[in-house]
Write a protein that binds this ligand. Structure first.
Ligand SMILES: Nc1ncnc2c1ncn2[C@@H]1O[C@H](COP(=O)(O)OP(=O)(O)OP(=O)(O)O)[C@@H](O)[C@H]1O
Ligand SMILES: [Mg+2]
Length: 377
């Protein structure tokens, strides 16, 4: 065997032996700090050289002096590489500790800044963390808003139910004691109030189904001409009583795939709102027309326009324009003037369950606003 081949064999053999010992040490230290792993790398590198030189020098019969020189040089290299490994390990440990602190801040809901220190992997991790933290903060904020509006709704609804219930109790007591001047009027009013509360409870039930994702949409081909004329016929008595002109226009044969009960409810809510917000002698107009990728239903009224900040909130549950929850006027209200702020939230829920969208815009020419519902064809 040639000298060179022998040197190769000895170097590889001793290198593999030291490498295996290093792997074993790394495995034993796997749960320790990163420092230990890097120290193992430094020690293995220099030990490989040391052991290799030692083995070769014995076989090559080099002088003791030469062997000492080689040993001194490799020992110095060992010390330097170990020191460098430890310095690098200390830096790595520091970067990983600052990442740990960032992670802890995520848990506490604090701000995380994507760090520009450390190796590319650490920077990537820090920027992913900052991203995740931002999304988490947005989700928390959304959840908080939802929770606030739910809490508000419960207090509003209990207020809105308590007021008519107190009225009903007072009227029932007057009837019981025989002190009611006009018993038939009391009976009518009690009936009206009960109808109003039934509507409100129905709306609440519908909304809770929408929020729970349990709204069942059973689409079928609906003639929009029939749907619009039925909705107009149903609301016409209220419009007449308020002196509001109600009309509609639908191209012949226009159809849409939708849930008939859901879409009727959407249209009825929009028309009742329009009538309610249009002054006497004004008009509410319903049109349906084909648009790109679907069908549009639009209800235009003469409400005088809606302020920008209010327009963003109309579809929120419980929003009804003012902070006051007391029914307007001292007289008990009929079912068409009842206001719980649920109508448009239901409209939005039903439309979105159909994968459609609803929006509102001001129409200065009509001194009013237009609610547009677009349903996919
Ligand atoms: N056509 C409209 N013109 C002007 N403002 C409107 C119109 N429709 C709704 N709004 C405003 O949006 C609010 C919310 O409407 P929404 O239909 O959700 O509730 P509501 O009509 O007050 O009560 P509910 O429909 O539960 O009886 C209304 O209180 C009103 O301030
Ligand atoms: Mg309404």
């Amino acid at each position: 065997m040639s000298d060179l081949a022998e040197i190769w064999l000895v170097a590889i053999g001793s290198g593999v032996a030291v490498g295996l010992a290093g792997l074993l040490a790394g495995w034993l230290l796997r749960h320790r700090s990163l420092r230990w792993q890097l120290a193992v790398v430094g020690v293995v590198t220099t030990l490989t050289v040391l052991v290799g030189v030692q083995a070769i020098s014995r076989q090559m019969l080099i002088s003791d002096h030469d062997r000492s020189v080689v040993l001194i040089v490799t020992s110095a290299a060992a010390v330097v590489s170990l020191a460098v490994a430890l310095v690098l390990a200390t830096a790595l440990v520091r970067w990983s500790q600052s990442l740990r602190e960032e992670v802890r801040r995520v848990g506490d809901g604090g701000a995380v800044v994507a760090g520009r220190h450390g190796p590319a992997e650490f920077q990537g991790l820090a920027s992913d963390l900052a991203d995740a933290n931002r999304r988490l903060a947005e989700a928390r904020e959304r959840e908080q808003r939802l929770e606030d509006s739910r809490r508000e709704l419960v207090s509003w609804v209990s207020h809105d139910l308590r007021t008519p219930l107190a009225g009903i109790r007072a009227m029932a007591e007057a009837l019981e004691d025989g002190v009611a001047v006009e018993p038939s009027r009391y009976h009518r009013q009690i009936r009206g109030e009960v109808d109003r509360m039934v509507l409100m409870v129905d709306d609440l039930f519908e909304l809770s189904r929408i929020h729970a994702g349990q709204l069942v949409v059973e689409p079928q081909a609906i003639s929009l001409g029939d749907l619009v004329s039925e909705a107009i016929a149903a609301a016409d008595p209220v419009a007449r009583a308020r002196g509001v002109q109600l009309g509609g226009e639908v191209p012949h044969g226009l159809q849409v795939d939708a849930d008939p009960a859901g879409l009727s409810r959407v249209l009825a809510n929009l028309i009742v709102n329009g009538i309610r917000h249009t002054p006497a002698d004004g008009s509410v107009h319903v049109i349906a027309r084909p648009v790109d990728g679907g069908v549009e239903l639009a209800v235009t009224d003469g409400c005088g326009g809606i302020a920008d900040d209010a327009r963003d909130r109309l579809f929120e549950v419980g929003y009804r324009g003012t902070s006051s929850r007391t029914p307007e006027g001292s007289e008990l209200q009929d079912v068409h003037t009842a206001r719980a702020g649920l109508g448009l939230a239901i409209v939005k829920g039903i439309v979105e369950a159909h994968h459609g969208r609803v929006a509102v815009e001001n129409v200065p020419a009509a001194a009013g606003c237009r609610f547009r519902v677009v349903l996919p064809a």
